[in-house]
Design a protein around this ligand. Structure first.
Ligand SMILES: [Zn+2]
Length: 144
């Protein structure tokens, strides 16, 4: 199935291609301080593909904290938190904010609490590469 979404102003777009029905998708509630402030319902699945398209590069805001092993993707114009992305060379993986999708109400499962305290940089990066969605970046500025 294909799902599309965008930030509130449309500067950022996301497309999710996934083999499972939305009602079967497992959603996470990361307990980190950033995700709690946004009350994020997070989605990641290594068998799904994500494309994050930047329509207006001036509005792309990246933020990182803690171990700084990944970056939060936020729209600078409208403030929507979009995704968290790990970029390594030509490859990227992401976990997306499911509520940025147009058909967010189809994802009905209650979220599972997740806490990743205690991970090392290496174990955290390995977990993300194995569990996050392989991600294509379209229209991103050369140095985001
Ligand atoms: Zn926006």
């Amino acid at each position: 199935m294909e799902h599309k979404g965008r930030c509130h102003c449309g500067a950022l777009e996301v497309r999710l291609e996934t083999p499972r029905l939305p009602s079967d998708q497992i959603l996470g509630s990361c307990q980190c301080s950033f995700c709690r402030k946004h009350n994020v319902r997070a989605f990641s699945d290594p068998r799904s593909c994500v494309t994050i398209t930047v329509r207006e590069p001036d509005h792309l805001q990246l933020y990182s904290f803690g171990l700084k092993t990944a970056q939060q993707v936020i729209c600078r114009k409208c403030g929507v938190y979009f995704a968290m992305i790990l970029i390594e060379g030509d490859e990227a993986w992401s976990v997306i904010n499911i509520d940025a999708l147009d058909d967010r109400e189809q994802f009905i499962r209650p979220t599972q609490n997740r806490s990743y305290d205690g991970e090392t940089v290496i174990s955290r990066t390995e977990r993300r590469k194995s569990r996050w969605c392989p991600t294509s970046m379209v229209g991103w500025p050369a140095k985001a």
